[in-house]
Design a protein around this ligand. Structure first.
Ligand SMILES: Cc1ncc(C[n+]2csc(CCOP(=O)(O)OP(=O)(O)O)c2C)c(N)n1
Ligand SMILES: [Mg+2]
Length: 475
């Protein structure tokens, strides 16, 4: 028999299969099972589904059930939000003095229509908007109301606005610990709305004053309709004052860093990559680590589905296969995997796939010869007692590229960086770009684990002893 498993979260596997049918012989049900699996994978809160097809079913012969006839009725998530709660939220929006939209991957998962509605709502209301790592691109980075990413390595202005707001409108995000920091101090003076298709996410971590279960696209449509029908009212004077405050936080310029004439700073490498590629039809993937956070901070995403990264329990090794897949889906686009050397090595065999399928994907490796994110934590949490967070035996990435039949480029001098990036872009085929960067750069801003949003570290200034044991266990 075939079983369907849906993994909504790595720690929360859920079986979506009626137990009665598990006892039946299922060769005849195989096509039905596969249609159901795709339904579960794409509907509601999407996620991977594992179909377990035993050998006897693999060898048997059966008849095919067409997709429209497949039984999918047991999993029909609620898409329309409760209109009374939506109206109550609009009332709160009309009165809010310090509102903020806090958006997440749910906006992207809901489809491009949801991103359009979000943009319209932000333009209508004039409220500031921030997003989690997974939601980048739903609202354009060049948009007037964009505060940048929030969270552990989010922007100062985004995190302080979350801390100080009086109305937080969570659209398709899940209040995870990289966002909330210390829960008791999370945005203490705000009323919170939470729009999510997964009922189990609501009130799981943070109490929602306006809980709205539904698909982001449907709920935003209703929200906009109610907002307009009530006359598009907002507390303009107070919201203007709120923006003045946000501008003061922005003036801190939290992404500033000290550049170098001799060593490539990872932030500089990403600034140059952004400048030289932002006008391309571009897709960015990442691995997991410091490079991933810097990519989120220094690259701008104008549209949804342009940013493929592994969030939640981020998985090193995600970026190489993801980038090959994205390139095969978009053969003419520029697809770049911003990688750390350690993550990159985890699935480097997929360069063979890139070569075999002529996928001209660019592997942009910020090589610090370190498990940089681990090293950063060892510095901050363990008094610079480094353990197993560096490598003295890395391969020569240029030779590795040649061994795979792709192009290899190595650059270590900041003055050569632009030319090297242009060489990568102009090469019609897969490239492994080995960018040797500063080995001990830390990623800031940073909210240490277990601290509140207004206790961010902005730079190297004083980082020792700032994270207590309580925060340490949360890393
Ligand atoms: C499969 C897997 N193993 C371990 C981790 C924990 N982890 C997170 S970031 C990181 C270091 C990544 O190093 P690198 O890819 O070189 O990126 P950098 O931080 O140096 O930019 C590790 C070990 C993980 N996220 N995934
Ligand atoms: Mg590294």
């Amino acid at each position: 028999m075939a079983l369907v498993w849906s993994f909504l979260a790595p720690s929360r596997p859920q079986l979506h299969w009626p137990s009665a049918s598990r006892r039946q012989c299922v060769t005849e049900e195989l096509s039905d099972t596969i249609h159901q699996a795709f339904h579960i994978a794409t509907q509601g809160r999407p996620g991977p589904v594992l179909i377990d097809i035993p050998k006897d079913v693999q060898f048997a012969t059966g008849s095919y059930t067409e997709k429209p006839k497949a039984k999918v009725s047991h999993y029909q998530p609620k898409v329309k939000g409760d209109i009374e709660t939506i109206t109550a939220l609009v009332e709160a929006m009309e009165q809010a003095e310090r509102p903020i939209f806090y958006t997440g991957g749910g906006v992207i998962n809901s489809g491009t229509h949801a991103s359009q509605l979000l943009r319209e709502l932000v333009a209508e209301t004039g409220f500031p908007i921030t997003s989690t790592l997974m939601g980048l691109g739903a609202y354009p980075a060049s948009g007037d109301n964009w505060l940048g990413m929030l969270g552990m390595h989010g922007l100062y202005e985004a995190n302080l606005a979350m801390h100080g707001c009086d109305l937080m409108i969570n659209v398709g995000a899940r209040f995870d610990d990289r966002i909330t920091g210390r829960i008791a101090d999370f945005s203490p003076n705000s009323r919170k709305a939470h729009i999510d298709i997964d009922p189990s996410s609501i009130n799981k971590v943070i109490h929602a004053d306006f809980p709205i279960i539904g698909d982001v696209g449907h709920v935003l449509e209703d929200l906009l309709r109610v907002w307009k029908s009530r006359g598009r009212k907002s507390n303009a004077v107070a919201v203007k004052k709120w923006w003045d405050q946000i501008e003061e936080w922005r003036a801190v310029k939290c992404l500033r860093y000290t550049n170098s004439e001799t060593t490539i700073k990872p932030q500089y490498a990403l600034e140059r990559l952004e400048a030289l590629t932002k006008d391309h039809d571009r897709y960015i993937c990442t691995e997991v680590g410091q490079h991933q956070m810097w990519a989120a901070q220094y690259l701008g995403f104008e549209d949804p589905n342009r940013w493929m990264t592994s969030g939640g329990l981020g998985t090193m090794g995600y970026g190489v296969p993801a980038s090959v897949g994205v390139q095969i889906a978009h053969p003419d686009a520029l697809v770049i995997n911003v990688a750390g050397e350690a993550s990159w090595l985890m699935n480097m065999q997929e360069m063979g796939t890139a070569v075999q399928y002529h996928a001209p994907v660019k592997q942009f490796i910020l090589n610090n010869e370190r498990l940089g994110m681990v090293r950063q934590w060892q510095e901050l949490l363990h008094g610079e007692r480094y353990s197993h967070s560096w490598s003295e035996a890395l391969p020569d990435f240029v030779k590795l590229a040649e061994a795979f039949g792709c192009k290899g480029i190595m650059v270590s001098d900041p003055n050569d960086l632009d030319d090297a990036i242009m060489e990568m872009l102009n090469y019609d085929g897969p490239v492994i770009f080995d960018c040797l960067v500063e080995k001990h750069e830390n990623c800031f801003p940073m909210i240490p684990s277990g601290k509140a949003h207004n206790e961010m570290l902005l730079g190297e200034a004083e980082t020792q002893g700032v994270i207590g044991a309580e925060g340490g266990v949360l890393v």
